[in-house]
Design a protein around this ligand. Sequence first.
Ligand code: FB9
Length: 491
Amino acid sequence: MELTERILHYLDKTDKVETLVLAREFNEDHQKIVGAVKSLEALDMVISEAVKSTKWDLTEEGQLVAEKGSHEAVLYRSVPDAGITQAELMKSGPNAKVGFSKAMSAGWIQIEKSGGAPIVKKKVDTITDTVQDHLNEIKKGIDNLTTNVRNDYKKRKLVQEITIKSFILTKGPQFSTTIKKLETDLTSEMLLTGSWKTLQFKPYNFDALGQPPESGHLHPLLKVRSEFREIFLEMGFKEMPTNLYVESSFWNFDALFQPQQHPARDAHDTFFVSSPASSTEFPMDYLERVKKVHSEGGYGSLGYRYDWKIEEAQKNLLRTHTTAVSARMLYHLAQQKEFTPQKYFSIDKVFRNETLDATHLAEFHQVEGVVAGRGLALADLISVLDQFFQRLGFTRLQFKPAYNPYTEPSMEIFAYHTGLGKWIEIGNSGLFRPELLLPMGLPPDVNVIAWGLSLERPTMIKYGLNNIRDLVGPKVDLQMVENNPICRLDK
Ligand code: FB9
């Protein structure tokens, strides 16, 4: 007989019953009884009233003792008839220390000190493990413990008091000992035969929640990227095309006036591509001007005075910064007949052959802003940084002189993070050098201010993650991706 019908028959004889009693009578799990009751209640066949009760149940350690025996009994059984040194006995199991103390108190074992190491021997031939017996009774729902014994077991963390939510059942308006099959669909056959007139239909449950539609979920990085994109677009910036992960050293380094012997250009810091290993298509007139400004100087600069080699510039690599894209965009801008001020931004992956640690992987997303205009100066950079980071919720910025090969002056950017209660580094910035801008052909009164930060750092702070591997990679908890809230950077 179905559990639901067994409950109806039981209620038919007793008029009222508690679900805990049914669980004992039917030797069924209480939650299964509650589930069956809820389905009968939906049919108005029973009425349930929630009641709270407490009962003593076994802890995880209590379950172990009920199964294996008390720690003192296990220890007693570890003592051979010939005896054992106390030190050896202490290694007999994880609970030997507790077991030893309890077995001594129970008078089950004794210590013989005959000059050498203390020897532990049995003091009695047989024991009764009342702790194990008591716990197995509790497991069956039989609780005859005295208060003292129960408190002792509670102190030993073998039992715990739990609150049980159960239900008192009474007969409902549609009570019956059989469950009429309720139709859930009105079919054409019912309409044709007229059988619908005598059938019982399951009532609509208008309180039922709809099935949550299975759908994908945006990764936290993409949520933060959307927020940054919104901020840039609100500020009138245009997104740069960042689809080329593989870049030439020319655009990634030489065009940015980064000398060919700079440490960032060796394989320890950069991923070079083996196939295709090199690029050959460059605007050659521009390339010659870059070569000249590196090797001889020009435009008022001494240059780096070294033998610049095209082969070095031709090497393909995984771009180490999105500033390579900024260089391409600025060169393209310089080809216009008439200069027009521009505001560009980019948010995309960059790759560095760095030592991996809890916050650094070999790739990260760089966020970069670039403003090109006549007569721009450091004050304009500070002002635009104020506006940009204010939209991230930072109202107190501080700047620290820094060095970049392609910007002068350069500044590290710091902000006071109220959530963390400390100043944190939030990016780097500067004005592109003339040795970068003038070979491109930009007018001499045009300056370009730029800044950069990462996407991972703010995302980890925002979502309270300490290890980058909890954010990206094979160990990411997809439930975190599904559960995490929308991203509001200014809150
Ligand atoms: O993102 C960084 N920090 C940051 C940013 C935002 C933020 O928001 C908060 C919670 C809401 C919190 C923190 N940093 C830059 C600073 C540090 O994390 C730093 O330790 C790591 N930096 C990366 C570089 O690491 C190899 C972050 C990354 C970075 C640094 C500089 C640039 C870009 C990314 C740049 C640039 C630049 C400079 C001049 C011209 C053009 C581009």
